[in-house]
Design a binder for this molecule. Structure first.
Ligand SMILES: CC(C)(COP(=O)(O)OP(=O)(O)OC[C@H]1O[C@@H](n2cnc3c(N)ncnc32)[C@H](O)[C@@H]1OP(=O)(O)O)[C@@H](O)C(=O)NCCC(=O)NCCS
Length: 190
């Protein structure tokens, strides 16, 4: 089997209740109002709450220009942008990537991020990745639940894997392996 990453960075996805859309500057207002200024949302994230909508606009413009897998999550029932999900780290050489996400507190605990993550993992497998991994600070229980509910496997703990506002957090690592890539007993691609 030929191993390659397809790099379809602009592929939009759809789930039962969500659209995963390419970023547009028109999402800035929802992003700013729904999650980018919320201290609770960024509690375990490396970025600071946005100070004004221009900052939100700048970030979105940067994402639009980047060659990366990065989606705005839009709730179908309201047509509002409610969060983001993207590849935060990867090694195409080794066929693995790491996903990160966040969403508006208004829509937490409805199963949305689990739904989005499952769709993104399946898409990244179709893009050619063998392993998709996610990390969460051990205190961030909700994020760990999302990984479990998405069917990922617990890999172990990574000490001081995340540095947020002057504090190191030990993280739990979860992974999923691409069922379409078959290996022999020596881990050689068939
Ligand atoms: C983590 C996050 C994306 C989850 O999104 P979500 O749409 O609420 O996720 P889901 O609804 O699919 O699942 C959340 C699960 O966590 C559980 N949960 C939430 N808070 C919890 C808590 N304090 N303790 C235990 N479980 C908790 C929910 O009950 C739910 O599990 P269940 O379906 O078994 O009941 C969202 O909380 C968020 O954006 N947080 C801030 C950003 C962030 O931390 N990103 C991840 C960095 S690793």
């Amino acid at each position: 089997m030929k191993m390659e990453i397809k790099c379809n960075f602009r592929q939009e996805l759809e789930t039962e209740r969500l659209y995963l859309k390419n970023w547009q500057t028109s999402f800035a207002k929802d992003m700013y109002n729904n999650w980018a200024t919320d201290k609770e949302v960024v509690k375990f994230l490396s970025w600071e709450p946005h100070k004004n909508i221009e900052e939100t606009m700048q970030i979105i413009s940067m994402w639009i220009a980047e060659a990366n897998y990065n989606w705005c999550i839009v709730e179908k029932s309201t047509n509002q942008a409610i969060g983001s999900i993207n590849v935060v780290r990867k090694s195409d050489r080794d066929f693995w990537c790491e996903v990160g996400y966040c969403s508006s507190k208004k829509v937490w605990n409805r199963g949305y991020m689990t739904e989005a993550l499952k769709a993104v993992i399946n898409f990244l497998f179709s893009e050619g990745y063998y392993k998709v991994q996610l990390l969460h600070a051990k205190e961030n229980i909700a994020s760990g639940r999302v990984m479990q509910k998405a069917g990922m496997t617990f890999q172990g703990e990574s000490k001081a894997a995340s540095y947020v506002r002057g504090k190191f957090h030990d993280c739990n690592v979860y992974y999923a392996l691409n069922p379409n890539i078959k290996l022999d007993k020596n881990n050689i691609v068939k």
